[in-house]
Design a binder for this molecule. Structure first.
Ligand code: ADP
Length: 301
């Protein structure tokens, strides 16, 4: 990695958090380097665990429901460890060439172009494979030699074998509840990772996250967290997925833009969770109970 690009001074390291979007600085090599601390509230010892894994050159698997902070955590850790971040959103059609690289024709020449995994191995940095089970199994095996003592990346097409520097780390995420059983991670892949489990943060912490991320007042944030917690108990009653912190932040943001809370919750939470009319009504009842129309918070007009 170009050390000059990622060097962050002590002052910057302790700079007050700034919104994630403003902290992003795209790098020529494709790795993202954060110059300011992304806002991240630790939940349960995950920072120490991640740091210990990094120092021990171990790969990490972040496990937990969608919208509960896995991606933000990786950004925060990349900043904290002063590493570039190469994110790959995994999907059905992801091939090993998408990860490793391919020959491309440029003008009259054929040139080799590194994929994000190769860039991270060559330059050092974190390669984050988001929703790794979405990738085809033949794609996931290319990471195997990187996750054991070899820490190697063979590139068949160029005949190279790269050896990962100490600053390279492989991080993958997956959402166990959401995946189809057929799409579960193979034991031979899974057992190569140290796992960090993510759940929904405690009410107090989640309220602070919603407040900080959206700018809503404490009372509003706390009410939205109550709604989220109540809805999370309904997954046994037919609700396919529960609302993560992300949805609560979306609703809070709409409220700060002047939308009535019920409308905001319906648009950002209820409709994101279900298409079923009955469940829709049930979820809106929860919203009504916490933002009662009588309190003057009902939609105007
Ligand atoms: P995931 O990757 O688990 O799907 P994200 O990391 O994208 O979820 O989290 C969704 C949003 O929730 C983030 O953009 C951030 O605003 C917020 N968030 C969740 N957990 C935290 C946390 N512990 N500290 C700060 N923000 C958080």
């Amino acid at each position: 990695m170009d050390k000059k690009q990622v060097r962050i001074s002590t002052e910057e390291r302790h700079a007050s958090p700034v919104p994630q979007d403003r902290a992003r600085r795209p790098e020529a090599e494709g790795g993202e380097v954060l110059s300011c601390a992304p806002f991240y509230l630790p939940v349960a010892g995950e920072i120490e665990l991640f740091e210990a894994a990094y120092e021990s050159r171990m790969a990490v698997l972040l496990k937990g429901p969608t919208g509960c902070g896995k991606t933000r955590f990786v950004s925060y850790m990349a900043w904290r460890l002063k590493l570039g971040l190469y994110t790959v959103a995994c999907h059905d059609d992801l091939t090993s060439s998408d990860l490793i690289g391919r020959f491309l024709i440029k003008g009259r020449e054929t040139v080799w172009v590194d994929g994000p995994l190769t860039k991270a191995v060559r330059n050092g940095g974190i390669c984050y494979m988001d929703e790794v089970v979405e990738a085809r199994k033949d794609t996931t095996v290319v990471i195997h030699p990187l996750t054991d003592d070899r820490r190697a990346l063979p590139i068949e097409k160029t005949g190279e074998e790269l050896h990962a520097p100490n600053e390279f780390m492989l991080v993958v995420s997956y959402n166990p509840g959401y995946q189809h059983i057929l799409k579960d991670l193979k034991a031979s892949t899974r057992q190569r990772f140290v796992a960090i489990e993510f759940g929904y943060p405690e009410a107090e912490i989640e309220t602070e996250i919603v407040e900080k991320e959206s700018g809503i007042d404490r009372d509003g944030a706390s009410k939205l967290v109550k709604i989220g917690r109540k809805m999370r108990t309904l997954t046994d009653s037919g609700l396919e997925s529960a609302p993560g912190t992300r949805l609560l932040i979306h609703a809070a943001t709409l409220i700060t833009k002047g939308l009535p809370p019920k409308k905001a919750c319906e648009a950002a939470i209820v409709l994101a969770l279900t298409d079923d009319a009955e469940l829709h009504k049930g979820l809106l009842d929860i919203v009504d109970a916490i933002f009662p129309p009588k309190a003057g918070l009902a939609p105007r007009g």
